[in-house]
Design a protein. Structure first.
Length: 103
């Protein structure tokens, strides 16, 4: 019985970690990493900075998902973020939720 509990705990940890990797892979696939990095500013802000800025905002995932698809300007300086029409609404939401988990 102990082995089943340990196996379930390990399996659960592995499964819960998988989406984080999947979202990093999605960010790479959708060219988000051309302008953003997890822990440093490139053309746009780091994902950690974005997560910190929106940490208290319960509607942040929806706001960021919309910005991912439609683009935006003025929040992080003079360089606008272009629209990402190759990203679906579902992918944008997934990416936004992942960005907000970066610490």
């Amino acid at each position: 019985m102990k082995h089943l509990v340990v196996l379930a705990a390990v399996t659960g940890a592995t499964l819960s970690a998988a989406p984080a990797f999947a979202n990093a892979d999605l960010a790479q696939k959708k060219n988000c990493m051309a302008c953003h990095a997890v822990d440093k500013k490139l053309v746009g802000p780091s994902y950690k900075d974005v997560a910190a800025k929106y940490a208290a905002d319960k509607t942040a995932a929806d706001k960021l998902a919309e910005k991912i698809v439609k683009g935006g300007a003025g929040v992080w300086g003079p360089v606008p973020m272009p629209a990402n029409t190759q990203v679906s609404a579902a992918e944008a939401k997934q990416l936004a939720q992942w960005v907000l988990t970066q610490k």
